[in-house]
Ligand binder design. Structure first.
Ligand SMILES: *Cc1c(COP(=O)(O)O)cnc(C)c1O
Length: 379
């Protein structure tokens, strides 16, 4: 089955009791049993809920995986995974990681005795050098946020296999439409379904996706025990969003490539970062491991913080907001907004300068978006 078809049909079937073509929202906490212990596969909605099962089956299919476990948010998915580890375990993480992931690792999980090293994994030698006796996993985000650096998922995963480390990839930025980390050898994929998967900026959700049965059983136990589960209505909304994932992603990419090309030539712009531009230092890797380049663009405006702040307040179609992956375009300043929780010195060594602007390019018409950016840059 091809991606577009899977997005609509995988794990879906008409409701057996009514024929409803769309899945019911099973808004129920408990399920009546015929006899003690005799039930239809569902007992209590924290453990499993039929609307959630439909979403999990669909997501597993989209990542060419066997299993998916949905959580109440992307951070919930990361929290769930952290429960696989125990005091004294060490995790290697790419340096330019999502701000919320960095906060969870350094401000919460560290307090429970987990150790983290943040390294530049674009150079694989750094990775080899950073492995310790107690290293248990490697955490990869590709492309990273907001600098859109790429990690070679295939090479990193192969290295992890040799050293018996778990390889985990946050695939939020690409969505399964453009990148499938499990096919590149990774063990586990994480998503914030808040972003492209749902795509309509009306749900917060997350997912852990994998094919290993033993790991899945462990995570399923943890999902039920920790209770980081989404409600049935949120699952239903994400399922609804997924049906158009393929057409949305193609439109996001078309607009992003058009806008990145426009920005590159703009006199008020210092530098444009987009994996689909030949000027991106890892353009070749992008073509190798992704089927497209996504809808996120970062660029540095001339004039630093003052210019960036001004620009962010002059756009009409690009709304000033955090988050990404919705049908509507967003603009944000990482140093002040999404990445403010990272210490200033760390931020600047990473390259998250004050003049950096991040765009989540929506699926409006590219002419309107370009005109909007042009008038804002000129003002
Ligand atoms: C948003 C995001 C998360 C966290 O997801 P939430 O749904 O906001 O909890 C994790 N990783 C990446 C790359 C994200 O963009």
């Amino acid at each position: 089955m091809k991606f577009e078809t899977k997005a609509i049909h995988a794990g879906q079937f008409p409701d057996p009791s009514t024929g409803a073509i769309m899945p019911p929202i099973f808004q129920t906490s408990t399920f009546v049993q015929e006899a003690p212990g005799k039930h239809k596969g569902y007992e209590y909605s924290r453990t499993a809920n039929p609307t959630r099962t439909r979403l999990e089956d669909n997501l597993a299919a989209l990542e060419n995986a066997k299993f998916a476990l949905c959580t109440a948010s992307g951070c919930g998915a990361i929290t769930l995974l952290m429960h696989l580890f125990k005091t004294g375990d060490h995790i290697l993480c790419c340096d330019d990681v999502y701000g919320g992931t960095y906060r969870l690792f350094t401000k919460v999980m560290k307090g429970y005795g987990l150790e983290f090293s943040f390294i530049d994994m674009t150079d694989l030698k750094n990775l080899d050098r950073a492995i310790q006796k107690n290293t248990k996993a490697v955490w990869v985000e590709s492309p990273t946020n907001p600098l859109l650096k790429l990690m070679d998922i295939e090479k990193i995963s192969a290295g992890c296999k040799k050293k018996k480390l778990l390889s985990i990839v946050d695939n939020t930025f690409m969505s399964p439409y453009f990148q499938n980390p499990l096919d590149l050898g990774a063990d586990i994929v994480v998503h914030s379904s808040t972003k492209y998967l749902n795509g309509h900026s009306d749900v917060v959700g997350g997912a852990v996706i994998l094919s290993d049965q033993a790991l899945r059983d462990k995570l399923s136990f943890l999902q039920n025990s920790t209770g980081i589960v989404p409600g049935p209505f949120d699952c239903w909304l994400i399922l609804r969003g997924l049906k158009t994932l393929a057409v949305r992603m193609a439109a996001h990419e078309h607009n992003a490539l058009t806008i990145a090309t426009f920005l590159q030539k703009h006199p008020r712009v210092e530098r444009v970062i987009y994996p689909g531009l030949k000027s991106h230092p890892q353009y070749t890797l992008a073509k190798k491991q992704m089927r497209g380049f996504g809808g996120m663009i970062s660029f540095v405006v001339k004039g630093g913080k003052a210019a960036a702040v001004k620009l962010s307040q002059k756009t009409h179609y690009f709304s000033l907001a955090e988050s990404l992956g919705g049908v509507e375009s967003l603009i944000e300043l990482p140093a002040i907004m999404t990445h403010a929780s990272i210490e200033k010195e760390v931020r600047e060594t990473l390259g998250i300068v004050d003049g950096l602007v991040r765009l989540s390019v929506g699926i409006e018409h590219s002419d309107d978006l370009i005109q909007d950016l042009d008038q804002a840059l000129k003002s």
